[in-house]
Unconditional design. Structure first.
Length: 352
């Protein structure tokens, strides 16, 4: 549905060095999926999403949406293609002088539709986003979540195939964020709309995305099904994003005593992430039976991504690096994702 092929974007700034916002990015988004792009600040997320509808032109590479290579089109043809791509923004971008109805009607007026068609379609959209009773209100009279619902209705007005969401929930509180994400999931389900969203919050990816790309320094460093990213993250950046929502952090007192260097006779603290709800504790049992290694459990949690369970355990392995190495090899052979968080002196075991 959407294909970015070897896309790069370099910004030239007067009198300053060039900025390579994106370097050789290739991505494919399938029809009907919710695709998330996550990355730290400055990674290039906004630049990437603005490339999909060519609000930003790539310096190199091609952008293809629904079989049409947008980068090959003249401006007039591009305008027509852009109508098939809706977009919503972090700060909503509503016109304060127009009512809710007027904001949603605007793209239809620009497209030259007659008043009756516009009224019918706007009313249908307001019902879809749950704002029928706010039809004649002005943006200043609405909450943030209601404003974003107007933004969504407006983005859907021209019946697009694709919806781009540029940090659409970043200005909202957690409860409102959840309701907007549920609305996006409903639109995806009921209208079959392909959704691309960018975010710096892993909770957003976890809530509704099917697949995800992790962006860092303008490059895609990982691309996976969301469940796979949670259970088998391949990079330190992805592991940190996953840990940010699984809450699988060390108790504060233990974290403060963690050292990077192995300690002779000390304990090695590991984070294990695994698919299903049982694999982790089963593995710890096997570790004791097969290798005689008695791992201490410091933290355990089972979570789910779109109904599929996965677990996180934080354990400490006694006996210094000589015991930890074969234990890690054994756990790795059981297909658990393992991260060494650090090392603590043996005397701290009681703390956990
Ligand atoms: N118009 C521009 N002119 C010059 N540099 C730019 C421009 N837009 C973006 N950049 C630079 O490109 C890089 C990527 O920016 P971008 O806004 O895409 O990142 P981001 O991941 O969306 O960041 P954030 O989460 O902070 O919004 C940054 O170094 C930024 O300073």
């Amino acid at each position: 549905m959407i294909r970015l092929d070897s896309v790069s974007k370099t910004f030239n700034r007067a009198g300053q060095a060039q900025v390579a916002a994106l370097a050789d990015v290739s991505l494919t988004v399938e029809r009907g999926e919710i695709f998330g792009v996550i990355g730290p600040s400055g990674a290039g997320k906004s630049t990437l999403i603005r490339l999909v509808n060519l609000l930003e032109r790539p310096t190199a590479g091609t952008v293809t949406v629904d079989g049409t290579e947008l980068t090959a089109l003249p401006e007039s043809a591009l305008r027509a293609e852009r109508r098939k791509i809706g977009m919503i923004f972090q700060h909503f971008a509503l016109l304060s002088s127009r009512t809710v109805f007027g904001n949603v009607a605007l793209p239809l007026e620009l497209a030259g539709l007659d008043r009756r068609t516009i009224a019918a379609r706007v009313d249908r959209l307001l019902e879809l986003v749950g704002l029928t009773d706010k039809r004649d209100r002005y943006p200043a009279e609405l909450s943030g979540g209601q404003k974003q619902r107007v933004g969504i209705a407006r983005a859907l007005a021209n019946e697009p195939n694709v919806l781009l969401c540029d940090e659409a929930t970043s200005a909202l509180d957690p409860e409102t964020t959840a309701s907007i994400l549920q609305l996006l999931a409903k639109i995806n389900r009921e209208l079959g709309l392909t959704i691309v969203l960018i975010t710096h919050e892993m909770a957003v990816i976890k809530a509704i995305c099917h697949r995800v790309a992790v962006l860092e320094h303008g490059r895609v460093i990982e691309q996976a099904r969301v469940f796979d990213l949670f259970t088998r993250p391949q990079t330190a950046t992805s592991r940190a994003f996953v840990a940010s929502v699984t809450g699988a952090e060390l108790p504060g007192d233990l974290a403060a005593k963690l050292s990077e260097a192995p300690l002779a006779g000390g304990e090695t603290v590991l984070r294990l992430v695994f698919a299903g709800s049982q694999a982790g504790t089963t593995a710890i049992g096997q570790l004791a039976r097969r290798l005689g290694v008695d791992a201490a459990l410091l933290h355990g949690r089972v979570d789910s991504v779109q109904g599929a369970p996965f677990g996180t355990l934080i354990v400490s392995i006694p006996g210094g690096p000589e015991t930890a190495r074969p234990a890690i090899d054994f756990l790795t052979s059981l297909k658990l994702s393992i991260e060494v968080l650090g090392h603590v002196p043996a005397t701290l075991r009681a703390v956990g």
